[in-house]
Ligand binder design. Structure first.
Ligand code: FES
Length: 154
């Protein structure tokens, strides 16, 4: 009887040690992985995706067109010096901005933020200009290039 109790106890101890050791091992592996990512961030692996966003002849000078790329609202603006593409999300608290043709500006109705056609802040609380995308023109088509980072374990 005493021998059986001793065996049961040792089995219990065995499993307790196994789970504790496994948990400590997994915690150590996770910690070392995060430490490695902190010390050596993976900045080299980037993927670029190119999207066609407009035909040049469809947007006259001084006009803008709103569109969605995925779920991201964008504005393609045709300025005197060429095409620019801006995010349609206000840099203050993330409301959607509107292009106002008559006033030649972006307007955010949430807190009356105002952006110039080049995306710079003209009035209101936005702390910085609208986010801008890299634009290229090929064969009378307007393209933007979006950079996407890929994590080491993604
Ligand atoms: S969210 Fe646009 S001004 Fe506040």
């Amino acid at each position: 009887m005493a021998n059986q109790d001793k065996r049961a106890t040792s089995r219990r101890e065995f499993f307790a040690n196994l789970f504790m050791g496994g948990g400590l091992f997994m915690a150590a592996v996770t910690f070392l992985r995060d430490l490695w990512l902190y010390l050596y961030p993976d900045l080299g692996r980037r993927r670029y995706t190119k999207y066609m966003v407009a035909k040049t002849r469809d947007i006259p000078v001084g006009k803008a067109r709103r569109l969605l790329v995925g779920r991201v609202p964008l504005y393609v603006v045709h300025l005197e010096d060429g095409f620019r593409v801006f995010s349609g999300i206000c840099t203050h608290l993330g409301c959607l901005v509107k292009w106002e043709d008559a006033r030649q500006r972006f307007y955010c109705p949430c807190h009356k933020g105002i952006f110039a056609p080049d995306g710079s802040v003209v009035g209101g609380p936005p702390p910085r200009p609208l986010d801008e995308y890299r634009v290229s023109i090929e064969n009378e088509l307007v393209f933007i290039t979006i950079e996407q980072r890929q994590g080491r374990w993604s």
